[in-house]
Write a protein that binds this ligand. Sequence first.
Ligand code: BGC
Length: 368
Amino acid sequence: MNRRMQALAVFPAKKSVQLVDIPEPQLQDATGVLLGVREVGLCGTDREIISFEHGSPPPGSDRLILGHESLAEVVEVGPSVRRLSPGDLVVAMVRRPCPHPECRPCRAGRSDFCVTGHFTERGIKEADGFLTEYALDDEEYLVKVPKPLVDVAVLLEPLSVVAKAVVQARAILDRLPYEPGPQRGLVLGAGPIGLLGAMALIAHGYETVVYSREPEGGDKSKLVHSLGASYVSAASQPLETLTETTGEFDLILEAVGFAPVMMAASRLLRANGVVALTGIPAEGAAADIDVGGALRDLVLKNQVVFGTVNAGRSDFLSAIQQLEQFMTLFPESTRKLITHRRPLSEAARMLTQRDGIKNVVQLGLREA
Ligand code: BGC
């Protein structure tokens, strides 16, 4: 008889979130990998799912197992697995391809650019996640993590989203037919994506400012200063007048998800600058901005605003390189991004409490 394990699941129809008792999975596919989940990071997307605003269970199921920011250990591999062996540390990619032959990005292994919308996402959309002791995956969607990163590797999934945003933004900036001078970056928001984004911009040589709600002198502003960036609080400076004190920016990374802030971002750009939007605003949100002025600037100053979501394998690999760089440049600040590590029994409470930066659920490998 199968052993049993616990998992944190959301039941959208019943509007409840609870620990469920389910059978441990067993390896079936030749390219399958049995994972012992070690850590799962919690984020705003999980909070939206437990507020029933985002996400959906697998077809035919009334519940979705949560958890998409994973770090796991390979326990067992199928006979055709080539790149992984038991004991390896891995992070799972979140999005899985749609089935449509005509979807070129999915067929090319880049479901993060899926054009049909029929992709699935582990722990988010129609596929169970990793907030459980053991999980199955396919070798294709697992990225091997260097062991020295073990303490911070649970940050790799959110960092992959940042890495993709930076790769895409720099590709757009690369279109410029001249050699740009020193570049100035702005990060909007000081949550995990914002702070990882600040680290990434600094590591890429940007003179960086972080703008967020928390007061100056608080933990987040101290962390930002420890990276060598400046911090400006929304409490003391309205966004519209920010550039009067800071100057304009070449690259803005938005990580707030609040429509008025997202719409206002392009007004803070220099000529030829780029805004990367990563926050997901509520549908129907309105923003009181000068649309004509913003559009005029976009055209007259060659500016670009683009959205970016999820990440492909190359972005995960670039996230690994960046995390290694962060651990050389600012190891203590990187570790400080992880505020609490708690057991699965406290996961639901951590999701509703919202204190700290990145809260992580720890799951232990059981004795054989
Ligand atoms: C995840 C992404 C996902 C997005 C939309 C984010 O929290 O990190 O992988 O694509 O939510 O569901």
